[in-house]
Design a protein around this ligand. Structure first.
Ligand code: NAD
Length: 484
């Protein structure tokens, strides 16, 4: 592995990946891969996750194509140097910010959106001119294999490699020296990644997860509540069966409004996934037995089980779990302390919807927070009194599809961001460039220090050029209370 990585470093040093033409060719290669291998991609998603092709297109193929087109359209603009202002003391000097690639980067991704979570960062990394090693998840093997053969065929194999494997292979990769590590996964492994990065002071982006809440205010119009319920149902059960970092983990609602919400959720779950969702194939399957039993165990506690008001059926052979609603399971139970990552939806009731703010503040900062309300006051309060990676009013998941918004967490849900131009920036070092002329040279920046030099420095920091000239000519007196 070390030799292979050394070759990649040498290739990077050769400067090929810094050329705009190289970056463009890789982005076009990725686009051809997605277009030409669309069927293989959909089949692999079906095989690994039972993901319906509409979901596959909505969350992976469609979003990736959008990002690729954006990157191809804006590549030269993103790569260009940006002018910057300088202090007055630097007369006749220009400054700019030049994005330069980090070098050799490692991308470790997760299994729930195997193409999106692998290729969105790859797009940013190659657009920024890096050489890349991608380590997809071992839990979605069909997808990882399509990624490995696809990238080897469509991209420059000297600069972009896929290395498959699980924790052991990832640990081996983490022992190597990288110029940037981009990790998507759990906070537990995020900590392992960060401690490995310490050895070489490698910059890290951690895209983690956690429990994403949805606060649902008592909406009075029947249209509003129906739209809210549809968005909640799709934001939980219709997004890889809740196996998504930004899926709604649980709902908070006023006690009086709870039964209305539950009744409507039942109606819409049936409309979306049929009377017997197992047979409609519109809902994804649980990724493997380990996660199936992890989810089953979340319901094993008697008090949690008592709180189930809808669903709860499971089929181990088919890795199927029915969309399930629980009302007020104990807050200290695992279902309310751990990330659920599956189609179980607890609803927590509060006296007044404003009480949700205290609840949210008592828990780790989530990757996404959803609030369904028409109240401007509640919107303002939630915005200013809570913290989360993103905040979406009256919808769920939508923020992920917006390439104009940064995607990333805060606190326990991670740090750093990507998507659209943010991906390019995440994989670039923004180098500060100053170009100085020899013509102007102010005497007051050199010792020996005098009161007059101090005054002039203060003036050049606080005035424009005219003010500075007036002071130098003695036509304006700077205010100065200092004494030597
Ligand atoms: P995970 O942390 O178990 O695995 C992520 C990656 O790390 C995989 O490639 C895996 O091979 C590797 N890995 C696993 N154990 C390791 C170890 N001991 N040492 C080194 N590497 C190891 O996470 P997961 O099961 O793939 O995904 C679920 C978690 O990821 C959830 O918490 C979810 O919220 C989060 N997630 C976040 C995002 C996001 O964009 N923020 C997206 C998807 C998933």
């Amino acid at each position: 592995m070390e030799t292979e990585l050394n070759h990649m470093r040498e290739y990077y040093e050769g400067g090929y990946t810094k050329e705009a033409s190289w970056r463009e060719a890789q982005l076009k290669g990725l686009r051809s891969f997605i277009i030409e291998k669309q069927e293989d991609i959909m089949n692999a998603l079906l095989q690994d996750l039972g993901k319906h092709q509409v979901e596959a297109f909505r969350d992976e193929i469609g979003t990736l194509m959008k990002t690729l087109n954006l990157a191809l359209k804006n590549l030269k603009k993103w790569m260009s140097a940006k002018k910057a202002e300088l202090p007055k003391i630097a007369l006749l000097t220009s400054a700019e910010i030049v994005p330069e690639p980090f070098g050799l980067v490692l991308i470790i991704s997760s299994w729930n959106f195997p193409f999106g979570l692998s290729l969105e960062p790859v797009i940013g990394a190659v657009a920024a001119g890096n050489t890349v090693v991608l380590k997809p998840s071992e839990l979605s093997p069909a997808c990882s294999s399509v990624l490995a053969s696809g990238l080897a065929t469509y991209l420059d194999h000297k600069a972009i490699k896929v290395i498959q494997g699980g924790p052991q292979e990832t640990q081996q990769l983490l022992h190597q020296r990288w110029d940037k590590i981009f990790f998507t996964g759990s906070a537990h492994v995020g900590r392992i990644v960060m401690s490995a990065a310490v050895n070489h002071l490698t910059p890290v982006t951690l895209e983690l997860g956690g429990k994403c809440p949805a606060v649902v205010d008592s909406l009075s119009s029947s249209w509003d509540i129906e739209v809210a319920v549809k968005r909640i149902a799709v934001g939980k059960f219709g997004t890889c069966a809740g196996q998504a970092c930004i899926a709604i983990d649980y709902v908070i609602v006023e006690k009086e409004y709870c039964s209305k919400l539950v009744e409507l959720l039942k109606v819409w779950i049936k409309k979306m996934f049929g009377e017997n969702p197992k047979h409609t194939k519109t809902i994804s399957r649980i990724v493997n037995k380990h996660h199936f039993f992890r989810l089953k165990n979340l319901l094993a506690d008697a008090k949690v089980n008592e709180s189930v008001v809808y669903g709860g059926s499971m089929d181990e052979q088919d890795l199927f779990i029915e969309p399930t609603i629980l009302v007020d399971p104990p807050l200290e139970a695992s279902i309310m302390t751990e990330e659920i990552f599956g189609p179980l939806l607890p609803i927590i009731t509060v006296g007044k919807i404003e009480d949700s703010i205290k609840f949210l503040r008592s828990r780790p900062k989530p990757l996404a927070l959803y609030v369904f309300t028409k109240s401007q006051t509640l919107q303002r309060r939630i915005l200013s009194e809570t913290s989360s990676g993103s905040l979406t009013f009256n919808d769920a998941i939508l923020q992920y599809a917006a390439d104009t918004l940064p995607f990333g967490g805060v606190g326990e849900s991670g740090f750093g961001m990507y998507h659209g131009k943010f991906s390019f920036d995440t994989f670039s070092h923004h180098k500060a460039i100053v170009r100085r002329s020899f013509l102007t040279d102010f005497w007051y920046r050199y010792p020996p220090w005098t009161l007059n030099k101090l005054q002039l420095l203060e003036v050049s920091y606080n005035y424009d050029y005219l003010g500075l000239l007036l002071v130098v000519l003695g036509l304006k007196k700077p205010s100065n209370r200092r004494h030597f």
